[in-house]
Design a protein around this ligand. Sequence first.
Ligand code: ATP
Length: 748
Amino acid sequence: MEEEIILEGVIEDIVYQNKENWYTVCVLDNKGEPISCVGTMPEVYEGENLQVIGIWCTHHIYGKQLKVSTFNKSLPQTVQGIEKYLASGLIKGIGAKTAHKIVARFGTDTLKIIEQEPLKLTQIRGISKDKASKISEAYHSQYEFREVIIGLEEFGINPTYAIKIYKLYKDKTFNIIKSNPYILIEDIIGIGFNKADEIAKKIGIEDNDPNRIKSGILFVLNKFANNGHTYVPKDILNKECQILLNGDKDLIENAFLSLSFDNKIIVKVIDDNTIIFLTYLYYGELNIATKLLSLKNGYNPSKELLPKILNYENEIKTIEHELNIKLVEEQKQAILSSLTNGVTVITGGPGTGKTTTINALLEVLKECDCTFSLAAPTGRAAKRISETTAEQAQTIHRLLEIGYVQDSKKQIFNKDENNPLEVDVLILDEVSMIDVVLMNAVLKALFEGQRLILIGDADQLPSVGAGNVLKDIIQSNQIQTIRLKQIFRQATKSAIINNAHRINKGEYPISNEKDTDFFFMNKSIQQEIQHIIPDLILNRVPKYQRVNALKDIQVLSPMRKGLLGTIELNTILQQILNPSQKHKPEKEYRTTTFRVGDKVMQIKNNYNIPWKIFAKNKMVIDEGVGVFNGDCGIISNINSDVIEVMFEDCKIVDYEFNQLDELELAYAITIHKSQGSEYPVVIIPIHSGPPMLFSRNLLYTAITRAKKMVIGIGLQETMCRMIDNNQEIERYSNLKRHLEIISEQLLC
Ligand SMILES: Nc1ncnc2c1ncn2[C@@H]1O[C@H](COP(=O)(O)OP(=O)(O)OP(=O)(O)O)[C@@H](O)[C@H]1O
């Protein structure tokens, strides 16, 4: 670890200051020697005395500078210091000229006068009574802000969070935090239970504090939700909470009651088991079930559509003629169901004709003058469906017109029950990736009489977010589901597709045959695999296939950690594919170095971040907000403020440095993150890892991402073990049950 040093001096110059996050670059006069300091330094002004603690670092353009982690400041003592301080823009209404006049009059007493006897300022020409009191007010409010920042620092809250907290609570900051620091979890993005708990300890809040116990329970429930569960059995939740909170059982039981009373959790007894939901997930699943059944039951084909349905066989013949294809029975059923039912699910593995069915269906819909929208959960999936259907498709977020919610964890969709989608039919692709929250939002924007068609492969990994939406819908048997099973001749030529189906059935893949697109390289030493992967990307694959090494070849690893995990592989691949060069800008952030030319991925949904698309002449031709989990791009520029990323759809996004925890290098990504994406070539290191993770559907998902070539590399026996491991990790979800129960109630 580099050694922290302490320096003191007067701020000579504020070179740069971002007033939103207070990222500051300033020059400190340290006994006559100018020192460049950078870091989050709220409300520092020229002329002030600063004591800074930080480490030395070297910026590739600006040279040696002190990266400040903590600072203290005191008011300037000298006449020159005070004048500089006042002239710095700190107080509205005082510029350089007025500052000079005030200091010339009051000398080193200036600040005391402003604070305690502001009326004396009226002795100076040009300062009225009103202006004098405004100057005093501005001085006080910045003083209060500074006190809060310093006070919060004592609770272990760094200036970045302190600013956000002060902005929200203002002069009530201390009262609110001292009485319940756990409130920060709900109010401040980036503060979770562990951080709030640390703050609480510093304040002296006891372990048995009811707010702590309640927050701990919600924290555990959220942890389960992040792993895909919509509820947790009470006995499991109890155990986890006792470990986390060291709390006694009665206190936890009381907290359950209190949370339930406050409508934060829902407690249900199902088949003698008590299960606990976060409220939004309980109602999310309930609303999905209710709405799906109301769409199912509320749809009656219109007078215009009925003759087409009756004359369906002829309609199909026309479409077959137009598309020059003979649809199989299942495909025809899928189309008929989409015309006659309010909700239809079309599911099948790769190459079973899903896209062809959508294409035929779109023709029928156009024939019938039905309006439709096509959407998918990720930008990549939407782009793919646009390409294969030649119809405009968009992300579900865009379709629902996601709103801009500043400084809030909540997402808002403009399309909802009050402002529904105005189409006859909504077609959603890659539904296996849709979680409860998103499906609920989609269904809110539909009304009885509209039709919903859900397309997906239920054998893919389930959604990253909570719920098991597609599987629950299919397994409930309450929604018309068409299973496409036939693998078409065209598709059977591909070893990737054949092997995907073999794996899905529990059979081992056939690899390395002549003219195949499916390879497996048996290698047992992980370090050797680390060397081979870059060679494959740079040399061997581009010789065999016409592909762009950076864009078209994707390494998909089962894990983040370990020698073949994404973290290690990204470091190696970055060194080889985009090495450090003298004039290539880079930015270190935590353990990652981001460099111009790097392939990166957004790792969480950010609904607020602005993007722009530029024409060649640098004119903005489109702009909006939102970059989503899994979106990939290339770093196109780095300057002293931001990292600029160009995403695959030419959207340019500026990341401020404090947003960099949303970005990761993406030379290698996890299989989970690859869901819904397709790449020409996929390289999958398969060596060793936890059996829970190394499952059949993980391998199936990885392989079905590839269009032209799959290269597995590692231990064949591990791959076989993955195929044998069909134990899907149980997801606690309740949608299937809701669908069954509500259907039964509707029948009664
Ligand atoms: N009825 C059919 N008769 C003959 N060939 C068909 C038929 N339906 C689809 N195909 C062909 O089968 C291949 C796979 O079809 P399609 O792309 O529609 O499947 P998919 O399920 O969307 O595949 P993936 O999930 O891999 O994208 C294509 O070459 C398509 O032209």
